[in-house]
Design a protein around this ligand. Structure first.
Ligand code: FES
Length: 321
């Protein structure tokens, strides 16, 4: 005699690893957006799509086809005359079996609607948060041209500590400083060296290693009325960083300390006899001086990052500037 069987229904499929692989793909996308949007993020997207598809297929299998009947496990139970099995019609009411032809039993509907509602709430909470976290890094990152005033303000051969507003509407937070020297004429055109004061280690403002002639400070107006401050300086010993002791020569080449490359520079152009500052760029080394300098120029990169050699692959890509 066998024990009455109450679970002679097919077993549901075992737990799946697809959700975990899908989550790993999403995590890979988020990390890739920060570290390497052109390589790691697409790999994460591919993983998420493949395993998301497999997960969805797995989860909806019951709805799409009749499941294979699986024989439930049976076991002989010794007969005990003094303890007969409780008849099935006694005790609490069991959940009724689905009606023949009923495709979506109530339990399935509740399960699907709970999961669906959770997914909608999760999406409403996480998508905007991730959007606000990631998107601002990719917008409004431009470098508008800045009018630094008439060329004659920049005496040939002299350095000027020049501070200006990159975004005049934003006020003081957009104040930047550059070290500017008029190198004279090159092929009939004015030549300038414009070095950023942002240290190539962690971004502290570097200072001239030499006297700064504050008493000769001059404030000039740009073409649109913005203020530009010019202070003559003599950085005979180059530039030094007060934070961790990084040192640079007068062309901005690193000579000592933790910086991994030379000081960034700015492009420039001359319009209507005035000097206009354009986009900054990164520099590894400068060979030569002044108008004869050969500049090893790279796309602008964050402080502390290598821009050449194998080390460059260790750093995240920059959002578009
Ligand atoms: S920030 Fe300049 S040396 Fe560290």
């Amino acid at each position: 005699m066998t024990e009455p069987q109450h679970e002679e229904r097919p077993h549901p499929p075992g737990p799946s690893l697809y959700p975990i692989a899908f989550a790993a793909g999403v995590a890979c996308i988020l990390v890739g957006l920060i570290v390497n949007p052109t390589l790691i993020a697409p790999i994460g997207a591919a993983i998420a799509v493949v395993f998301g598809f497999l997960w969805a297929r797995d989860a909806t299998m019951e709805y799409r086809r009749v499941p294979e009947p699986i024989e439930p496990e049976r076991r002989e139970v010794p007969v005990k005359a003094e303890a007969p099995a409780i008849p099935a019609h006694r005790g609490g009411a069991a959940m009724p079996e689905p009606e023949p032809g009923e495709r979506f039993p109530r339990s399935k509907f509740l399960e699907a609607s709970t999961l669906g509602l959770g997914a909608v709430i999760g999406g409403l909470v996480t998508v905007p948060a991730i959007g606000f976290m990631v998107v601002p890094a990719y917008v409004k990152q431009g470098y508008p041209s800045v009018d630094l005033g008439p060329l004659e303000n920049f005496t040939e051969g002299k350095w000027f500590v020049t501070s200006f507003f990159q975004h005049p509407d934003a006020g003081e937070v957009s104040r930047r400083t550059a070290y500017i020297r008029n190198n004279g004429s090159l092929d009939g055109k004015p030549s300038f060296t414009i070095i950023s004061n942002r240290c190539a280690h962690l971004g502290c403002p570097v200072q001239p290693n030499g006297p700064v002639q504050d008493d000769q400070k001059k404030v000039v107006k740009g073409e649109h009325g913005q203020r530009v401050t010019m202070i003559p300086a003599i950085p005979a010993g180059g530039f030094g960083c007060p934070c961790h002791g990084g040192q640079y020569d007068p062309e901005g080449n690193r000579t000592a300390g933790p910086p991994v490359r030379g000081l960034d520079r700015y492009d420039y152009e001359i319009k209507n006899g005035r000097l206009w500052l354009l986009k900054p760029y990164s520099v590894t080394t400068v060979v030569g001086q002044g108008k004869d300098a050969r500049i090893h120029k790279y796309k602008l990169t964050g402080p502390g990052e290598h821009v050449d050699g194998w080390e460059q692959i260790l750093y995240p890509l920059q959002p578009p500037h």
